[in-house]
Design a protein around this ligand. Structure first.
Ligand code: ADP
Length: 465
């Protein structure tokens, strides 16, 4: 029968040597010794104090039949540890608005810091209070979301995290602050809509070529990684103060299977309608990178002329009309696949029209640029060039002038996004309306005499003064 053994500490103390203290014996300063409360057995054993072990129920028996004392416990093993203590950096002192900011990303209150307002919510300009780096905070709109965090935002975040290219905007982090969730991006001072609508800043031919080149380099990267952007337009193309271009807004982007034998179905309700390709407008759901090439070609026209090439009224039928009015109606010869499209019969044009593209654009752009645009604005998506084909075009490789980065932007005052240019346009319209109203009221006050005087002035030629 196995007898259960019980360790019991007798509590008998060995008298200390005269003059020595418990502290000096314990050598409490030794950092390699276990703390006092953990070494009672060890210490008493070392001093050979009277720890007695007894078999349960036999305590106190002193006869020779008592079991042997077990071997003294080994001293606990100790290990040398080098502790490197880092001196904490003193917290930088914040001043002014940064000191009172309740977020690490300081932004001006109200609408003052808004630089964009889109499908998801607002985009704010902000500054990291410690590093001073500028960032764009894109607030994720949660209103009306019944299923928690919006899946579109998750898709955008996942996609952005997998991308790393100089011509793609960088997502730095995602932040939850109080009840709001933000995507934090590097900040770029302009977008193409803002820049192209600037009241005085004009791009040279070299600048335009450089922006176009960066646009297709960004697209080439995305398409090679199997990503369709699906919302290429001027407002989603950011430009930094030193002329770097970056594709932004991946809210509609998705991975596509480049090697799939069977094409997958995607929604065709993508891409802002002015930039939407004819195959999407005719109901195609099995599309590829050619849809981004069409949109990029539309952007290229805007870079060259400052005007949108197909500014429709927002409806699909009208958008197709705009396209046909410039490029002529498509035929089975130039687009064999057109007959298979879902809405081909439904949206069949009533009569054929010829292309006016050359008439409209040949004189406005360089010969190579015209040739490149003509190659991209083909109806059949299978014959549209890829982004890497575009970069090989003589417009980029041989035609003068060469691409030149818009470094001059560093001297441009203010930030120019679609948001600011819209606000400026609205302000101008308001001003014009106010002036109209004022002059009407003035005329009313002056009465018929005033009108007569006005008439007289016109007659005598004073009005020209
Ligand atoms: P949405 O998906 O809501 O349309 P976007 O990502 O397109 O939002 O952003 C809307 C606008 O905000 C853009 O047109 C651009 O002017 C501005 N914006 C977006 N990201 C940045 C950024 N990183 N830096 C500066 N401005 C930005």
């Amino acid at each position: 029968m196995v007898t259960k053994r019980e360790n019991s500490i007798s509590g008998t103390e060995t008298p200390l040597a005269p003059g020595s203290t418990a502290e000096s014996v314990d050598d409490d300063d030794n950092p390699f010794r276990p703390p006092k409360d953990l070494r009672a057995e060890d210490e008493s054993d070392k001093r050979n104090s009277g720890i007695s072990f007894s078999i349960k129920g036999m305590a106190g028996r002193t006869d020779s039949s008592a079991p042997h004392r077990p071997a003294p416990l080994a001293a606990p093993r100790t290990r040398k540890e080098i502790v490197v203590r880092k001196r904490l950096k003193p917290k930088p002192k914040l001043t002014g608005d940064f000191a009172t900011s309740d977020s690490v990303y300081y932004r001006k209150t109200g609408n003052e810091s808004v630089v964009g307002s889109g499908t998801y919510g607002k985009v704010y300009k902000a500054v990291h209070v410690y590093t001073g780096d500028k960032v764009a905070l894109k607030k994720i709109r949660m209103e009306g979301e019944r299923d928690g965090f919006p899946v579109t935002a998750i898709r955008e975040i996942k996609l952005l995290q997998s991308l790393n290219h100089t011509n793609v905007v960088k997502l730095q982090e995602v932040m939850v602050e109080r009840n709001d969730c933000f995507m934090i991006f590097e900040y770029l001072s302009h977008d193409l809509t803002g820049l192209l609508n600037h009241p005085s800043f004009a791009l040279t031919e070299g600048h335009k070529k450089d922006l176009a080149k960066q646009l297709f380099e960004g697209l080439d990267y995305l398409h090679k990684r199997g990503v369709l952007h699906r919302d290429i337009k001027a407002a989603n193309i950011l430009v930094s103060r030193n002329g770097e271009l970056k594709l932004a807004d991946f809210g509609l982007a998705r991975f596509y299977n480049k090697n799939a034998k069977l094409k997958q179905d995607y929604t065709n309700r993508v891409i802002t309608i002015w930039y939407r390709s004819p195959e999407l407008l005719l109901g195609e759901t099995q599309y590829g990178p050619a849809v981004d090439i069409w949109s990029a070609a539309c952007v290229l026209v805007e870079i060259f002329t400052k005007h949108a090439i197909f500014p429709g009224d927002g409806g699909e039928i009208n958008q197709l009309d705009k396209i046909y009015n410039v490029l002529g109606t498509p035929s089975r010869t130039n687009w064999p696949g057109i007959v298979d499209l879902a809405w081909y019969e439904l949206l069949r044009p009533a009569h054929k029209v010829a292309s006016t593209f050359a008439e409209k654009y040949q004189e406005r752009v360089s010969p190579a640029a015209f040739d490149l645009l003509s190659a991209m604005f083909v109806f059949d998506p299978d014959t549209r060039p890829t982004a890497s084909d575009v970069l090989e075009h003589p417009y980029f490789t041989t035609e003068e002038p060469k691409a030149k980065q818009v470094v001059e932007l560093k001297d441009l005052e203010g930030d120019w996004h679609e948001f600011e240019s819209k606000a400026l346009r609205k302000e101008k319209e308001r001003e014009a309306r106010r002036k109209d109203k004022e002059s009407m009221e003035k005329r009313k006050l002056e009465g018929p005499m005033g009108d007569e005087r006005e008439l007289k002035r016109v007659k005598t030629g004073d009005a020209q003064a």
